[in-house]
Design a protein. Structure first.
Length: 289
């Protein structure tokens, strides 16, 4: 029996003995602190992803946007699921059980689904993104066909295959929709906050800081990025934090599940960028073959 094995065994026995004398709240605090630290590290990894510095030409930006648009689209499924949970969207109408939460999510939906349009009018951030794509010559055929197939009744998983959305978009959308459709509300809110609202400002600011494309070349995309940095950091992010806190309500089990979901959401985004980065490196002729 080696000294290393004896030392490890002694450590485990000591921890078990120590746990007998510690209150359950201590173990919960230690676990949550570890999960919080792990989530913070994942967010730092996401914020420093090398993909942002590689958006250096309009050709690369077009390919980036043609995949990223699927993530712009699926975000609204998280948003609308929270609206379903926290407000009344059925008839006959019934008052919400938490009017403050209803107000918070309705304000978020208002901005995401019908924000001020450049010039005049209103449109969703998804439609804003499509305009930005068209402005630089990125193809919207794939995403628009994807939307149309769903309007015709096709399930989103089948539609992704039908339009050949690609590995990066398919994996990311599948993960998002699985949460939006099947997870309890606090898990949805965790993915909404930690996978989107709290990380998007840093990601988008990094794109603006690192990319080699001028505002004159892609003005609408720049507006899209700046708008999200402003709104998510100042309004939607804090509102999403309040929503999540109200849904967790100091429940230990829910708190654990929140961190599990949040970490998985950030990892899904990192995987999206990893896979997309590889495809962006592929020569354009080969990628379209």
């Amino acid at each position: 029996m080696s000294l290393r094995f004896i030392a490890a065994l002694s450590t485990r026995l000591y921890r078990r003995k120590l746990q007998r004398y510690l209150p359950p709240s201590f173990n919960r605090t230690v676990t949550m602190t570890c999960e919080k630290t792990r989530l913070a590290h994942k967010k730092v990894e996401l914020g420093r992803h090398p993909i942002f510095a590689e958006i250096t030409t309009l050709d690369v930006l077009r390919r980036f946007m043609e995949t990223h648009v699927f993530a712009v689209w699926d975000f609204m499924s998280l948003t609308k699921r929270l609206q379903q949970e926290l407000t009344c969207t059925q008839l006959p109408w019934l008052p919400p059980t938490d009017a403050s939460a209803a107000r918070l999510i309705n304000e978020i939906v208002l901005g995401e689904e019908s924000d001020d349009r450049l010039g005049a009018g209103h449109y969703s951030h998804f439609e804003l993104y499509l305009d930005a794509m068209r402005e630089i010559g990125a193809s919207t055929v794939q995403i628009e066909r994807f939307i149309e197939l769903q309007r015709q009744g096709m399930r989103y998983t089948t539609a992704l295959q039908h339009v050949d959305a690609g590995q990066a978009a398919t994996a990311f959308v599948t993960h998002t929709l699985d949460i939006a459709l099947h997870a309890p509300a606090h898990r949805v809110a965790a993915a909404f906050l930690h996978g989107r609202e709290s990380v998007i400002p840093q990601m988008f600011q990094t794109i603006l800081d690192d990319w080699g494309i001028t505002a004159h070349q892609a003005p609408t995309f720049r507006y899209y990025l700046e708008r999200h940095i402003e709104v998510d950091a100042e309004d939607h992010g804090p509102a999403a934090e309040q929503l999540l806190a109200r849904l967790v309500a100091d429940d230990a089990q829910r708190e654990r599940e929140v961190y599990q979901t949040a970490i998985a959401a950030v990892e899904s985004r990192v995987q999206l960028w990893d896979t997309l980065r590889l495809s962006m490196r592929t020569p354009l002729v080969q990628a379209s073959a």
